[in-house]
Design a protein around this ligand. Structure first.
Ligand code: ADP
Length: 315
């Protein structure tokens, strides 16, 4: 199915998962996924009519149009932070865990956050996911400025927009795999979409384990349950906090493949904190934190390239 959109556009192609504008004839241009590795370029300004296959990343296109970072943050990025400071304590003993962090995560993008221990990764993830509040600065999730929300509003927003995967799975031991997966919907008083639930259980490879309790599952299987639980509400963004930190290397590989597949097949926007370069190597973009600031950003990179940058920023 195609949808025709008319817009005044300045189209700039910049990253792998974004779009390019292809001139079909004088009046019509088509947005299509960009091929990997193309350099950034500006196509120009024009009022154009374009058709896009259903499900194409329109947010990315809108982001490409925006010259103003504020506009981009509010309207196009799934997650955005601007000048975020997080201070613990006060006076002489105050610690600034984040010292002015700005970033934008576009739809359908997998972003990895890396950095030495104590660089502010967990603090940043908790603030982006609305689990902690910034001392200064602003944070948007799906266009909502969460820094203006009260606790109830924030809880509601988290429920509908955010999925979370933890290092230690955090499953409820008395519930079966399937009950764990559907729990977030039950808490929200919603019924699972049966077809989506079946697809999800199948995609994560749990169909024949659905009635097992966590104690009857391996670590990798438990993390699969946790991933399905995070995805069941079709969140705007999935946050993964060291998702492979408690798994052996073979199982880690399988979990990373699953996360990458969910980006590829469902267009699932994902932000993953990790200290493992092999994990960060599946990302479209790697942000490096040091001393509470983003000090370097890489596009798709190998584990060796990521380790080299990590050694540099840890100095
Ligand atoms: P990372 O996840 O990269 O290891 P953190 O975000 O946990 O880093 O921590 C960043 C900095 O903030 C560290 O210096 C840490 O000691 C400090 N910090 C984190 N949480 C607290 C807290 N609750 N109270 C005081 N300092 C904290």
């Amino acid at each position: 199915m195609e949808k025709t959109v008319s817009a005044l556009a300045r189209i700039r192609v910049s990253r792998r998962s974004e779009a390019e504008i292809v001139l079909k004839d004088d009046s019509e241009r088509v947005i299509r996924p960009m091929t990997a590795g193309r350099a950034a370029h500006t196509v120009g300004h024009a009022r154009i009519r374009f058709s896009r296959p259903k499900g194409t990343n329109l947010n990315a296109i809108a982001a490409l149009q925006a010259d103003e970072p504020e506009v981009l943050d509010q309207h196009a990025a799934v997650v955005a932070a601007r000048d975020v400071v997080r201070r613990y304590g006060s006076g002489d003993t105050a610690v600034e865990a984040l010292r002015g962090v700005s970033l934008s995560v576009l739809e359908g993008e997998l972003t990895a956050v890396m950095g030495p221990s104590g660089s502010g990764k967990s603090t940043l993830m908790h603030i982006l996911a609305g689990l902690d509040r910034a001392s200064e600065g602003r944070v948007w999730i799906a266009g909502n400025d969460i820094t203006t929300l009260n606790d109830n509003q924030l809880t509601k927003l988290r429920r509908s927009h955010i999925g979370f995967v933890f290092q230690f799975f955090n499953l409820l031991p008395m519930l079966t795999a399937e009950e764990n997966v559907t729990l977030p919907l039950q808490i929200a008083g919603e019924k699972p979409d049966a077809a989506w639930l079946e697809k999800l259980l199948d995609d994560v490879g749990l169909t024949d384990r659905r009635t097992h309790r966590p104690s009857e599952l391996s670590g990798g299987q438990q993390q699969r349950v946790a991933i399905a639980r995070a995805l069941v509400s079709r969140p705007s963004v999935l946050f993964a906090d060291e998702p492979t930190g408690n798994l052996d290397s073979r199982t880690s590989g399988e979990i990373l493949e699953l996360l990458r597949t969910s980006v590829q097949s469902y267009g699932q926007t994902t932000v993953m904190v990790t200290h493992d370069a092999k994990a960060a190597a599946i990302a479209d973009r790697v942000l490096f934190l040091a001393d509470g600031q983003i000090v370097k950003t890489l596009g798709p990179s190998s584990a060796a390239e990521i380790n080299a940058v990590l050694a540099e920023v840890a100095r």
